[in-house]
Design a protein around this ligand. Structure first.
Ligand code: SF4
Ligand code: SF4
Length: 160
């Protein structure tokens, strides 16, 4: 574990991301929730039973990547904005990353944005491909941004 409480951000060593074989199969949720707090909308909302809390609501969520189909319902239901969608199968050269986004105005498809890492550092440029914002998704918009494949596990926010 990194010293995320002191640093204020997570690193890859704090999470258990899917392996490359799963990432390349299609969209999948990546959970970046490390604190033991009484919270479980992620597991309650997943109709495929992919997310479980091992022994109690205070546990960190555990995800079975084989069951996850990348529908995004848990992303919209997480009050901590701690779940992201990664699709490494998007194209030969680009990944599509879905980020929960609770600011207005919402970006529109075609908009170019600056990509930010977990630390808030600019790490490239991406293009908004779509914004999903429906009642079924609890009205938390998910912004889908195409970017270089190698950035998909680094980018976790964007600047307009
Ligand atoms: S993306 Fe869909 S299938 Fe995957 S864990 Fe979230 S709710 Fe479940
Ligand atoms: S809903 Fe979000 S904040 Fe709550 S346990 Fe699940 S991933 Fe963590």
């Amino acid at each position: 574990m990194s010293d995320y409480l002191k640093n204020g951000y997570l690193t890859l060593e704090d999470i258990s991301p899917p392996d490359m074989e799963r990432l390349e199969k299609g969209p999948v949720a990546v959970i970046e929730c490390v604190q033991e707090i009484p919270c479980n909308p992620c597991s309650d909302s997943c109709h495929r039973g992919a997310i479980t809390m091992k022994t109690s609501i205070n546990d960190r969520p555990d995800i079975d990547y084989k069951l996850c189909n990348g529908c995004g319902i848990c992303v919209a239901n997480c009050p901590g904005l701690a779940i992201f969608l990664i699709d490494q199968s998007y194209s030969e050269t680009e990944a599509l990353v879905g980020l929960p986004y609770e600011f207005l105005p919402l970006p529109e498809a075609g908009e170019k944005v600056m990509l930010l890492s977990r630390q808030g550092e600019v790490c490239g440029e991406g293009v908004v491909q779509k914004v999903r914002n429906t009642r079924a998704m609890d009205r938390t918009p998910i912004v889908f941004i195409s970017m270089r494949k190698d950035l998909a596990m680094t980018v976790r926010f964007f600047r307009r």
